[in-house]
Design a protein around this ligand. Structure first.
Ligand code: ACO
Length: 424
């Protein structure tokens, strides 16, 4: 057996893959299972790729920074789903469709407005997508691929509207308004004044692009797991939204800002970090499952987007400059303290500062992540519909009790007490 394993491993040419496969075998032999599925390939996918050692992220082969620098939301949406960048005609058609499909049915809008205003926007968003499902009785026919793909596009277009209705308390929020681009519409949801300024629209669009896909992360894994049961596309996207809301995933961006506010001054940074480490608590926005060096999205935010904002001469709240300086100090200490441990600020660490500069409430940050990531979720769902599907159904190691039986007296006791209750 061992010889056979050795023989199979020696046949793997890709050294990186070989190292990972060896690690999988060691983990299996050592632990008997894979905590957090760390390192376990669950699917073959051609959509995005990460090289965690080099700090590289590509969508369909293109480095994410190049795409953020030169492309639009529509380009990325088309690229992720179809594999190539669109021709001008396809690009224009997609932009037209996204803006045309943005309107939300009044029945759905009415229920969104009934929701508690204090509800976290991510929970509202997941409920909103379920309302779309409830309004679409034929959505269970997932094998009708063409109809499902149309639904996928409508879902991407619908996300900003759900958020816009809830945030702006306006049932007709999405209706009858013209936009130059889908990204402009997305920003309009949060800040109508900034959506008129190309400078902010461009930055917002870059942020959406940076978040568009990221291989088999927790939310994308949810999309594929649910898709594998042949549930509706809404079911897949809702599970992904809920996964993304967690603080260990997309929900970290909001918490980074709360952390910076709690620290309050550069002088408190060192103590704050030491205190967290002493309590064995995580520092929000730090660390990543895959990257063992700086996450390229995070670097792009830090080196390109934030200097653009803070050096722009645009009106920016002075307290935000202070938070920016606190973040820089955290970065400095983290890089020093964790050098060798592969812990770096991740995309959530820097994105919140950019979004806050646009006057957006932190509670809404993860909904913006979702507006970008839905392109990737949909691309994965489409890819899943095109492969030979096998339902995701992993194994567990049972560590509960051996089989046992109820004592006969207990059955009698239950019968007597039920009879007594019935006669009461
Ligand atoms: N602060 C302090 N220590 C950390 C942090 C952190 N943020 N992240 C990881 N570590 C340490 C762990 O304590 C652990 O140390 P140990 O080996 O001495 O026990 C080691 O690094 C490995 O950490 P894990 O939690 O096992 O790493 P995992 O791959 O499971 O988790 C994750 C990755 C969830 C991102 C983690 O780093 C984390 O919780 N970070 C904070 C939350 C966050 O920023 N999430 C956003 C992720 S990016 C995204 O989803 C877009």
């Amino acid at each position: 057996m061992i010889n056979r394993i050795r023989e199979l491993l020696s046949g793997i040419e890709d050294n990186e893959r070989k190292k990972k496969d060896e690690q999988i075998i060691y983990t299996l032999l050592e632990k008997g299972y894979f905590p957090g599925l760390d390192g376990i390939p669950v699917i073959k996918s051609a959509i995005s790729h990460i090289d965690g050692e080099k700090g590289l992220l590509t969508y369909r082969g293109y480095p994410v920074q190049e795409l953020a620098e030169n492309c639009t939301y529509e380009d990325i949406c088309y690229l992720l789903v179809h594999g190539e960048l669109p021709s001008y005609e396809k690009w224009a058609e997609l932009r037209k469709k996204l803006l045309q499909y943005k309107e939300i049915d009044k029945n759905v809008g009415r229920v969104i407005l009934e929701m508690d205003r204090k509800l976290h926007p991510m929970y509202m968003l997941s409920a909103g997508v379920l309302l779309l499902q409830a309004n679409d009785p034929e959505c269970f026919e997932v094998d009708h691929y063409y109809n499902s793909s149309k639904r996928a596009l409508r879902l991407i277009a619908a996300l900003p509207g759900i958020i816009g209705i809830f945030l702006n308390r306006e049932i007709d929020f999405t209706n009858g308004k013209e936009f130059d681009s889908f990204a402009q519409y997305c920003l309009y949801v949060f800040n109508q004044e900034y959506a008129l300024d190309e400078f902010w629209v461009d930055i917002f669009e870059k942020i959406l692009i940076l978040h568009a896909d990221h291989t088999m992360n927790n939310s994308t894994f949810s999309v594929r797991a649910v898709a594998s049961s042949k549930a509706s596309i809404y079911a897949s996207i809702v599970s992904a939204i809920n996964s993304l809301s967690g603080p260990l995933h997309g929900g970290a961006n909001e918490r980074v800002i709360y952390m910076l506010e709690e620290i309050g001054s550069i002088d408190n940074v060192e103590n704050y970090i030491n205190d967290k480490l002493a309590k064995k608590e995580k520092i929000m926005g730090i660390g990543h499952r895959i990257y063992k060096t700086y996450d390229p999205r995070s670097l792009y935010l830090k080196n390109e987007i934030l200097p653009m904002i803070f050096g722009s001469g645009k009106k920016i709240d002075s307290s935000l400059y202070e938070l920016y300086k606190i973040a820089e100090k955290i970065e400095e200490i983290v890089l020093e303290k964790f050098s060798g441990k592969g812990l770096y600020p991740n995309v959530d660490f820097w994105s919140g500062l950019a979004l806050k500069a646009m006057g957006i409430e932190p509670a809404y940050f993860t909904t913006i992540f979702a507006m970008g990531r839905i392109m990737g979720w949909v691309a994965h769902w489409v890819e899943h519909m095109e492969i030979k599907n096998r339902i995701f159904w992993p194994e567990q190691l049972y560590n509960g009790l051996d089989t046992r039986h109820l004592p006969a007296e207990r059955e009698e006791e239950i019968t007597v007490s039920r009879e007594a209750a019935a006669n009461d």
